[in-house]
Design a protein around this ligand. Sequence first.
Ligand code: AMP
Length: 221
Amino acid sequence: MITGVRLIIIGRQGAGKGTQCLRMSRHYVVPHISTGDMLRAAVREGTELGRMAQQVIEAGQLVGDDIMIGLVDQRLQQDDARSRGYILDGFPRTVTQAEALDRISANRPIDAVIDIDVPRDMVIARISSRRTCRDCGANYTAKGEERSPWICDSCGGDVVQRADDTPDAINQRLDLYESQTSPLLDYYERQGRLSVVDGSAAPDEVFARLTSAIDAARHRS
Ligand code: AMP
């Protein structure tokens, strides 16, 4: 166990970010900050942000940069993130968000920016069978033999298919990823800050690759 790290995790939907971020947050003892989870929590709570986000998420679009930057800025100012660090998952999603994050984190710079790389056809297959706990966000793989209702092993919540995990919505989100999020990879690559990790292997192997990429990035900086 190594306490403290500041990480940005990038990757297509279904690249295994949720699973790997959870493992890394235990390994480094830092909060896993997923902007998708934050927005889905706001939707469940029925806040003003949640009502707006629901329409955007279901349409497969991105929530506006200003709103997202404000949300993350506030979260990173909380004690746990300030003192130990964080794993950012789903943010930044655009170059505008990345530039804002550079300003927000100027005093405590990011240790590593990692792209978990999994080809598009492989993530489509993974997402189509993905089921998610409505309460804690744990991910499961549907094999077609589950009981209904499906209850989460970790928290007892309902395990369902996310509204944006249907084939049409997946393709739209992946198109959006290519057009808006891929430029992020160029942004970090140009600055020599990007580590690419092949995420197509089994979860244990991907986790080992991630921790060694993080060690290498820390030695470089
Ligand atoms: P995710 O769980 O990361 O796939 O996020 C689910 C949805 O939330 C996305 O498809 C977007 O509509 C929205 N979202 C999450 N993070 C961001 C972000 N950084 N910028 C804009 N929209 C976001």
